[in-house]
Structure formats: structure tokens, C-alpha cells
Design a protein around this ligand. Structure first.
Ligand SMILES: [Fe+2]
Length: 396
């Protein structure tokens, strides 16, 4: 009797993915998840200096060596899904334009008209556009950055339009994420975009999902304190005791490195390996997968949607987070609409009022100087792995 109900559910809420739809790497990792009653939590001996979260000098070094030396995740491709779409982007504090031209190529530009520097796009909402016209003197650019038209061109002496195209930053799409080189004078380095990462995100259908909702958070905490809750399960039973905590178990995750990206896979509460073999079962009900895409993007699976967060460091004590809830499509039936709306409210509450709040109270306490070091448990081992990768990119 269960089969027809499942079919109806899948038809109404079609982000259902079964085990066999996943990538080879995802399936192999899931097969390494222990039965929860047999999982062993390791002990670890790991500390970090508190100053790595509070020091302005450390922040400047991270900007130089982590965020500007190689490509970093910037935005979700699905925001500009259709050819001929453009949007402003200001979450880094640098005015940018993200566009997809009519050939389907994604671009990232500095959001500055080549006449007098005015921001061409003043909105961060994606919009269909054949071209972009500066509000100041109406210089007009294509979505590929080419200067197409200038008002009263005869009043300039020898204006060479081809030398006044928008300034483009090197960018690539990989697994449904737009990656960018923020320092256009640095040698482009796209080495974090390894094939295994794209295979996983493709298997999750990330490049083809729909942006159901997105919300920006301004958080009074260091970006690594915002990131840490997404690298450990230690807090889940405690911080989230009244919300999602009971769905998860206090056991270690299966952790793999895909280039510098950390993939963590964990079974929901009471997991047994038999759960993977249930025919037709939505794998995201049984297993949660989290990607910490180096250095600042978090992707988390849920049964009916995928969360993507971009963490943009603004200062040692300020992080802008752009949260996106991705679904299979625009909700086209009342059941999907109701489920997506309820999920969106729930996830914003859990991340916004619990994880991000935890980052803020942690930062406030560390800023008092009360601790010289933070200390980590075996349930936070992925944080040690992450900082190992990070240290490898930092000087000396
Ligand atoms: Fe959390």
C-alpha cells in the first residue's frame, strides 16, 4: 500500500532522489556510515588561538591569501538561470554585476560604468535584460560587458568604445556555483574546482534547481565562527534541542576532501546501513550531506530542498551571509507550496536564530580576551580538518 502514496508524494514534491541517482563518491561515502549504535567518537587534541577570530591583522592576511589568491565561490548559478539575465551583487562590499549573456556564458563584472564609474545596476534582484544602461548618462553595455552605445558620441574626441568595456573578473561555473577571482591582477587559479565536486553537485541537480527563497543576514561575528557550526555535529543536540536536534545523532560524520572542499555525510537518527537499500526511498530523508566549499560556501541537503549559503567576510567581526533555499521547481501545487513555505520558515529560524546567533555570542565572548585558545572535541574533528586545509594556504 505504500508504493502509490510514495509515487504521489514524489510527483507533488519532486526533489526525491534515490541512492542510485547519486555520484559514485557520494554512494561510497554513504556506505561507510556506521550503524549509530556502533559508531565510535574519536578523541582529538586540537586548539585554535582565539585571536584568529578577532584579529584585524589575521583578517587582512586571510583576505590576501584565502579570498584573493585563488577562485572563491561567489553566487548560485540558478539566480541567473536564463540566458539574458543580470543582477547586481554587493554582499562583498564591492559592487559587482553577475550576468548570463545570450549565449549562456556567465560573467562577473565590476559594477562601474566606464564613463564615470557609476553603478550600472542598483538592484541585486536578477532581471531579464537585453542590455544594461547606466542611469547617469545612459551609456549602454551588453550582458557580455561590451560597450554598445554612448549618448551624443559626436561630442567626444576620438572615443574608442572598444577600450571602454566593463571590467570583467575571471569566473567559472562549477556544479551550479559561480566562482570568481576577486583579484584580477593575480594569476587566475581555479584549482579548487575539482571534477569530483562538480560530479557530486551535478548528481544533486544543483545547477538545475530553482531559487525558492533567499535572504541576506548581517552577522556580528568572524566568518569562521559562522562557518564552524556547519563543520561539526557537537552543537546539534544542544543548540538545536528544541528544533532539529532530535532528528540527528551524536556520532561522527563520514568526511572526505574534494580538493580543498570538505564533504561530510551523516545518517539521520537511528541510521543503519540497511536504510540505504530501501527501494525508491528518498535518500535525503535518511542521509544529510554537507559541503564546505573552500573557503566560504556551505551546501546542505534536506529531504525536499537544498540550502546554499555564501559567507562573505566583511571585517574581523562582520560577515554577510546569503542564504538560498533551492527546490526542484516553482511550487506548482498546494502541497508543495505549503511544504516549501513551512521549510523556509523553519530553516531561516534554525540558521538565523540558532547557528548565526551562536556565532555572534561566541564572537562577543572571544572579543573580551577571556580565552587564549578554543578547544575542540572529537565531534568537531572536521573543524580541525578544515583549519588544516586553511593553514596550508596561509603564509608561514
Ligand atoms: Fe547548527
Amino acid at each position: 500500500m505504500n508504493a502509490p502514496a510514495k509515487t504521489a508524494e514524489a510527483a507533488a514534491l519532486p526533489l526525491v532522489q534515490t541512492f542510485d541517482m547519486l555520484s559514485t563518491g557520494q554512494r561510497a561515502a554513504m556506505q561507510r556510515i556506521a550503524r549509530h549504535d556502533e559508531a565510535e567518537v574519536p578523541q582529538i587534541d586540537f586548539q585554535t588561538p582565539a585571536s584568529m577570530f578577532t584579529s584585524a591583522e589575521r583578517f587582512a592576511l586571510e583576505q590576501q591569501h584565502l579570498f584573493r589568491a585563488r577562485a572563491v565561490p561567489l553566487a548560485v548559478s540558478a539566480l541567473i538561470a536564463e540566458n539574458g539575465t543580470a543582477m547586481g551583487h554587493d554582499a562583498l562590499g564591492i559592487p559587482l554585476i553577475i550576468s548570463r549573456d545570450k549565449q549562456g556564458q556567465a560573467h562577473v563584472f565590476l559594477n562601474a560604468c566606464q564613463h564615470k564609474g557609476a553603478k550600472l545596476l542598483e538592484t541585486c534582484e536578477p532581471m531579464k535584460a537585453a542590455r544594461m544602461t547606466c542611469p547617469y548618462h545612459a551609456w549602454t553595455f551588453g550582458l557580455d560587458g561590451k560597450l554598445l552605445a554612448v549618448a551624443r558620441p559626436e561630442t567626444f574626441v576620438g572615443l574608442d568604445k572598444s577600450s571602454r568595456n566593463l571590467v570583467e573578473l575571471p569566473s567559472r561555473e562549477h556544479g551550479g556555483i559561480i566562482w570568481v577571482m576577486l583579484d584580477r591582477n593575480a594569476e587566475p587559479d581555479f584549482s579548487p574546482l575539482v571534477p569530483e565536486l562538480a560530479e557530486d553537485l551535478e548528481a544533486l541537480d544543483l545547477p538545475r534547481l530553482h531559487v525558492y527563497g533567499r535572504k541576506r543576514f548581517e552577522i556580528a561575528a568572524n566568518w569562521k565562527l559562522v562557518l564552524e557550526p556547519f563543520l561539526e555535529g557537537y552543537h546539534v543536540q544542544r543548540l538545536h534541542a528544541q528544533t532539529v536536534g532530535p532528528m540527528f545523532a551524536d556520532v561522527p560524520n563520514v568526511v572526505d576532501l574534494l580538493g580543498p572542499t570538505i564533504r561530510q555525510i551523516s545518517g539521520k537518527a537511528n541510521f543503519t546501513p540497511d536504510d540505504l537499500a530501501l527501494p525508491g526511498e528518498n535518500i535525503h530523508k535518511t542521509v544529510t550531506t554537507v559541503y564546505n566549499m573552500f573557503p566560504n560556501c556551505v551546501v546542505i541537503t534536506s529531504p525536499w530542498y537544498i540550502s546554499v549559503m555564501l559567507l562573505h567576510p566583511r571585517a574581523a567581526d562582520h560577515t554577510t551571509v546569503e542564504y538560498h533555499m533551492l527546490t526542484r521547481s516553482v511550487p506548482d501545487n498546494p502541497k508543495a507550496e505549503e511544504l516549501y513555505a513551512r521549510s523556509y520558515e523553519m530553516v531561516l529560524n534554525v540558521f538565523g536564530n540558532e547557528d548565526f546567533r551562536a556565532a555572534e555570542i561566541s564572537h562577543a565572548g572571544l572579543a573580551t580576551g577571556a580565552l587564549d585558545t578554543c578547544v575542540y572535541s572529537g565531534l568537531e574533528a572536521s573543524i580541525a580538518t578544515y583549519y588544516g586545509v586553511l593553514d596550508g594556504f596561509m603564509p608561514g
